[in-house]
Structures are given as C-alpha cells and as structure tokens.
Design a protein around this ligand. Structure first.
Ligand SMILES: [Zn+2]
Length: 411
C-alpha cells in the first residue's frame, strides 16, 4: 500500500509550489526533436494523461494547474544552431577550461552525498542489520566512509570537493515529532481514518499505517533530502553530485538477517516518471525544469563511464529490476537505469546515483566486516582490496576517463 504519497492538493510530500515563471528563461533553448526524444525515451516512459504535455509543431503545452485550467507554453528553437543559451549554474565538461597535466578533474566542483544517516539513526532508517554478535551493518556509515576516501582521491586529481553530509547527524533541523500532525493527515487522506500512534515492533505488518512510522520517514527521507537539495542548489552549486549508496536484498528480521549469494551493481539517473507522479504540479514542474537544463546530456554518458569502471573493478553483474514498473534502462553500459528519486530530481545539476554491492550477500558482508585496509587481503578465498577503497577507486577512475576525454585535456 502506497501510504504517504500525497500531503496536499497537487503538491507532493513537503514539496514546494512550482514557480512556472522561471521556465520563461528556457524559451527557445531546445528543439522539438530534442524535447520529444527526452519526453518519450527518458522522462515520460510510462505515459501520462493527455493534457499533461502536448507537443505541437512549434510549441509544447504543459499543464500548470488542472483545476484552474492553466497551461505553460514552451516555444521550441527552430534548429539546434538557433537554440538560446540555457541558464544554469553547473558547467558541462566541455565548457571547463582544459585540465592541467596530471589533474584531469582540475576546477571541477563535485559534491559528495553519502546516502542515509547511519549512526544512531540507522535502525530508524531501516538501514541496519546484525549477524550474531558481529559489527552491525549500517548503510549510512558505509557510504560516509566511502565518501571520505573518495574525497581524498578526487582532490588529488584536482577537483574541488564538498560534502552534502559529513557526519552521522541529519542535515535537516526537523525531527520525527515535528511531523506527527502531518503524518496523521497523510494517513487519513490515504484511507487510514484512525491511525495508531506507535509501531509494535520491527516486524509489525501494519507499521506503515502508524503515525510513528510515517513521521519518521517524513523526517529521515523527505525532510532530510529536501534539506540536502537546498544545500546543493543554494549553497554548494556543484557541477556534479555523486550519491553514494550500498544496495541490499530483502533481509527479513534485522537481528537475524538472511544472507544471499547474489551481489550486483546498478546506477541511476533521473527520469522514468510514473503517470501518477506527473499529476503532482511540483514534480511535473521539476521534471520539465530538469529536462530543459539538459542535465541528461551530461549525466548519461558520465554515468555510463562510471558504471563501466565500477563493473570492471568490482566484477559485479548488472542488476535487473524484476519489473519495469518504475525504471527504464538507458545508456549503453547495461548498468544504468532512469528512475524518479527525490535526490536525482531535486539536485539541479547532473546527479550520478551509485548502487553497488548487496550488503547482505555473503561476500560483501565478509568484506564489510574486514573493514578498511591498504593493499589486498584474502576474503573467502579471493585476494581483494578493502571494499571501501574498491568503491572509491572505481568511481574516481570513471570520472577521470569521462572528463579526460570530454573536456579535452592538455596532454
Ligand atoms: Zn541507500
């Protein structure tokens, strides 16, 4: 049951009212063919109501508000040569100055976004499991560890690195209790007329229908990611955000988790909006603004390059989503999907969202337990780098390969 999708009329959870007037700055910045390709093959692959976007000969008519029957008219550029300049703060690789020798990332502003919170929040986030009396596995701690190693490598290569999160404390100033009233309203709106206050335990099948569970997710997901987006968009102004995650398969009871033999890799870029997501005025607006910013032109080839470097270094096979209900495979590497995640939608620059390793696979679990180390060690019979260094090194390698070629280095 998809509880919690809608908080208010036509605006998604904790969303902002769209500022459609901003799109006036994007008039004649895209051709009809480019626009139609991005809608059909990347952003609107699941279809949508006919009044949402209507592509005509020289314009597109975009729904602003259905109740008020208000529409935005986007004028296309007559040809690629006649496109007006796209307003944006991030710089594509080809507009960066040539790289200094040995510094293929010189001048590039990269923000690292270690997924989740970890620390004392890991259990609440449901990003925690423990096998016997081994070290608990907390995704938010693992991603921060990778981010710190990656920052060292990227700075060595000339990049200016910032952190969207650099500790295990939330970026948002809000806490779950601040969202109790909103959580109650969301539950009532979604057909739970008298929501229970508390969760019984972690295996409670009705936990999603409690005010406690909903107010926690409003805190650690919606409020936290929206706050990170404000940091990225109004303070850090990076050329690129790297979202760092570890994947998992369902582990059941977190105190007695199932371990699996499978591990895999995939990366995500923004796109593949669901018809019902495009019904929200803010999501539709954010999609159109992102499309018009031409982020996809940069983030797809970059993500493909990083994916191939990670595949080479980790030896992981590509993850196959069991259904195509919310994702669309894009690019040429076989590892990249488009998906509408909060972070990939809201950060106003190219975003590469990494999902390597199944944390509860036997090999990955053993490598996490081994911690960070230099060189290689024998893990389950194979000589391996520390999993944290392998992750960081492979992402850095993909960036070097992409930017060396795309910006035209001096060597
Ligand atoms: Zn994650």
């Amino acid at each position: 049951m998809a509880v919690g999708l809608q908080a208010a009329e036509n605006i998604s959870v904790l969303g902002n009212k769209p500022r459609w007037d901003v799109l006036e700055h994007y008039q004649q910045t895209i051709t009809r063919d480019e626009f139609a390709h991005l809608i059909n093959d990347v952003y609107g692959t699941h279809g949508f109501a006919p009044d949402i976007i209507e592509i005509k000969d020289n314009t597109a008519r975009i729904l602003m508000n259905r109740d008020a029957q208000k529409f935005f008219t986007l004028q296309f550029a007559a040809s690629t040569e006649e496109r007006k300049l796209v307003p944006r703060l991030w710089r594509p690789a080809k507009s960066l100055p040539p790289a200094g020798s040995g510094k293929p990332l010189s001048g590039l502003k990269i923000a690292l976004d270690p997924g989740h919170l970890g620390g004392k929040w890991a259990k609440m986030e449901e990003r925690w499991f423990q096998v016997g009396d081994s070290q608990p596995v907390q995704e938010g701690d693992l991603t921060l560890r990778v981010a710190r190693l990656l920052a060292l490598r990227l700075r060595d290569l000339g990049a200016k690195v910032s952190f969207v999160r650099s500790t295990d404390e939330p970026t948002t100033g809000k806490r779950p209790d601040d969202f109790r009233e909103l959580a109650r309203k969301i539950l009532i709106r979604n057909g739970v007329p008298q929501p229970r206050a508390n969760v019984l335990d972690s295996t409670d099948p009705e936990k999603e229908k409690t005010i406690r569970w909903q107010s926690e997710i409003l805190f650690y997901r919606y409020s936290e990611i929206r706050r990170r987006a404000a940091l990225v968009n109004f303070k850090l102004h990076p050329d690129l955000v790297l979202c760092l995650h570890f994947n998992a398969e369902g582990w059941g009871d977190p105190t007695s988790p199932m371990l699996t033999d499978t591990s895999h890799l995939h990366l995500l870029v923004n796109g593949s909006y669901l018809a019902e997501e495009l019904e929200f005025d803010d999501e539709r607006f954010e999609m159109i603004r992102r499309l018009l910013s031409h982020t996809y032109d940069e983030e797809l080839p970059l993500t493909d390059k990083i994916a191939l470097a990670m595949a080479r270094e980790t030896g992981l096979p590509p993850y196959q989503y069991p259904t195509t209900n919310s994702t669309t495979k894009v690019g040429t590497s076989g590892y990249v999907y488009a998906r509408n995640l909060l972070a990939t939608r809201l950060y106003r620059c190219p975003v590469v969202y990494c999902e390597p390793y199944v944390m509860n696979s036997k090999d990955v679990f053993a490598r996490i337990q081994a911690g960070d180390y230099e060189g290689t060690r024998n893990i389950n019979g194979v000589e391996r780098k520390s999993i944290f260094r392998e992750y960081a090194d492979s992402v850095a390698e993909g960036l070097v390969e992409y930017y060396s070629r795309a910006r035209g280095s001096s060597d």
